[in-house]
Design a protein around this ligand. Structure first.
Ligand SMILES: *Cc1c(COP(=O)(O)O)cnc(C)c1O
Length: 359
């Protein structure tokens, strides 16, 4: 199978080799050293300030989203959340569940965020802003400069879900003055699922220190205290943390985060050009694309039927959409260990389906 989904994605041979090893005992100086190295490289690749901290939570990306909310926000906040797809919706649901006062900025699927969307919320006392830098469900990459300017003007604490855009698109945490960035092990980090990585700026550390977190397992005070010695409060997904270490060093050796973004951009461009070149009945369904994924709207067949056909008859996974986008959109990812010839095979499958009259 060739995996073109947005996670879990294909790992490098080096990362796979670590996954095949015995999982070592971890309350050791060697494990702590590895965790400090993971922290250092995460800070470097996100352009975090020196006094930022990194925590590695044993949960999926959604666990990282909830961790950010229950540790950094409380009932005295007034939050704004951008909801342009399933992940924005998840942030909004979490804010409701934890009774954080908030308003939603609804964005039509496939549409970019524009300054007009934020106009009505200026000077209204908002204290926090939550957004997916890349709304993976619709494949829309939001303009973070607009958001960052709004937050700086209005004194909003910014929580950015970069789960699918980290290492795929340019990201500079200190320039944006973001408080929290979240990513997951199974997206562009291209490891097994199970770890949410969070980079916390000093503004977040202050909020965490002053807030009461009502979940022991996800309490960032405990995570931060333990990370002072390169440890975690509970048994973490040790094997995945070791994969992350190999992967971060691999990225460093290949020229760092910028080189990885470039590699991802090249794959995305290669695929998009092929779709145009052959004039396939697949429309690109986002007006602001990330390098991570190409959302496609098939004009002649159900998107879900195409997903099934490609899986069952051609041995490849494209990424189906759920809910009301199930039949209208499928996505092709550009993250993980993929190469141009993989896209040649996928495009050949689309051409074959067209020849057979399926699309
Ligand atoms: C994948 C993803 C998530 C959820 O991550 P899980 O690991 O599935 O919990 C959240 N936000 C974005 C933007 C994502 O792409």
């Amino acid at each position: 199978m060739i995996n073109f989904t947005v996670g879990p994605v294909q790992s490098s041979d080096e990362v796979l080799a670590v996954g095949a090893e015995q999982v070592p005992y971890f309350r050791t100086a060697e494990f702590s050293e590895m965790m400090f190295e993971n922290e250092r490289l995460m800070k470097k690749f996100t352009h975090a300030t020196d006094d930022s901290k990194v925590v590695f939570m044993t949960c999926s990306g959604s666990g990282g989203m909830e961790t950010a909310i229950i540790n950094c926000l409380n009932r005295h906040d007034k939050a704004l959340v951008v909801n342009g797809g399933s992940f924005g919706e998840r942030f909004a649901e979490l804010l409701s569940l934890h009774e954080i006062p908030h308003d939603e900025i609804k964005i039509e699927h496939g549409k970019a965020l524009r300054p007009e969307h934020l106009k009505d919320y200026e000077g209204k006392g908002y204290t926090a802003f939550l957004i997916q830098k890349h709304e993976t469900s619709t494949g829309v990459h939001y303009d973070m400069d607009i958001v960052s300017d709004f937050c700086k003007r209005n004194g909003c604490f910014l929580i950015v879900d970069t789960i699918s855009t980290f290492l795929c698109d340019h990201f500079n945490m200190s320039e944006l003055d973001a408080g929290v960035m979240i990513t997951g092990s199974q997206k562009a980090l291209a490891c097994a699922p199970g770890i949410a990585v969070m980079v916390l700026a000093p503004s977040a550390l202050k909020r965490i220190a002053e807030n009461k977190c009502c979940c022991q397992y996800l309490d960032l005070k405990l995570a931060l205290k333990n990370m002072e010695r390169g440890q975690t409060p509970w048994t973490p997904a040790v094997g995945i943390l070791r994969q992350i270490n190999v992967r971060l060093k691999e990225i460093e050796a290949n020229g760092g985060a910028e080189a990885e973004v470039e590699r991802c951009a090249e794959l995305a461009e290669y695929f998009r050009e092929k779709i145009m070149e052959y004039n396939l009945p697949l429309e690109i369904a986002s007006e602001s694309l990330s390098n991570a994924v190409t959302p496609l709207h098939p004009t002649t067949q159900s998107a879900y039927e195409i997903f099934l056909k490609i899986k069952d008859e051609y041995g490849m996974w494209v990424c189906p959409n759920g809910g009301d986008m199930k039949d209208s959109i499928f996505r092709v990812g550009h993250i993980g260990c993929l190469h141009k010839d993989d896209y040649d095979r996928l495009v050949a499958a689309f051409l074959d389906l067209r020849d057979k009259g399926f699309i």
